[in-house]
Design a protein. Structure first.
Length: 219
């Protein structure tokens, strides 16, 4: 088993892999924290596999003041009935299948840059999908994969978590922005020279995806 972290930059429909880290050992918490610390000021979110012991590892990273989002990919998708046949609940068994499909679509549309790790590429290529009795897609279980002699795809899952969805974008405004915002609703002209210091900010940041399986003895 490996502890794997992918740091990626997401802008609109582009996703760029900045760096990948992978570690083996009984306790890799310090190594992961040191790895993420290099990007702390730019990280907008760190997604952690919340299934099993990954939950406790995510809490440790949160205690270290990283913006952690715990994700249980075994949960069902959120229903979006307005999408009709494309409603995720009708297409996918769980979030894992949905996220892997989103990743595959991004690769198909040439929206991912910088993937060079052969182990990750091999794990992605080795994933098998199935269709359940309701016509929904699911990813082959790890138990069935092991029967085929395939080990846990830790690197593929870390990349999937990092790129499964764009980070939430937040906008901040100060009182200096009020005249401009009022002008947009009243139709009155806004003169920027009267307000030389606009402070609208957008957080785009980096996204980290992280997968950990073998720390049960420490929690």
């Amino acid at each position: 088993m490996e502890t794997v972290a992918y740091v990626c930059e997401c802008k609109h429909d582009r996703r760029r892999i900045i760096r990948m880290g992978a570690w083996r050992g009984e306790d890799t918490r310090g190594q992961v924290v040191n790895f993420l610390n290099e990007y702390r000021s730019r990280l907008s979110i760190v997604r952690v596999d919340a299934i099993g012991i990954g939950h406790n590892f995510g809490l440790h990273l949160r205690d270290c003041r990283f913006p952690v989002e715990l994700i249980n990919v075994g949960l069902p998708c959120e229903s979006k009935p307005q999408l009709g046949e494309n409603d995720p609940v009708r297409r996918f068994v769980n979030l894992k299948a949905s996220f892997y499909q989103a990743l595959a679509d991004a690769f198909e549309h040439d929206q991912v840059e910088g993937l060079s790790d052969e182990a990750t590429i091999g794990q992605l290529a080795g994933l098998l999908t199935e269709v359940d009795s309701h016509g929904r897609m699911k990813i082959e279980s790890k138990e069935d994969a092991r029967k085929r002699g395939v080990s846990s795809p830790d690197r593929a899952e870390a990349l999937m978590l990092a790129l499964c969805k764009p980070p939430q974008k937040m906008e901040f405004y100060s009182v200096r922005d009020l005249p401009r915002m009022r002008s947009a609703t009243t139709g009155q002209r806004y003169y920027p020279e009267d307000h030389p210091s606009p402070s609208s900010r957008r957080w785009k940041g980096l996204v980290g995806g992280f997968n950990r399986r073998d720390l049960d003895k420490y929690f």
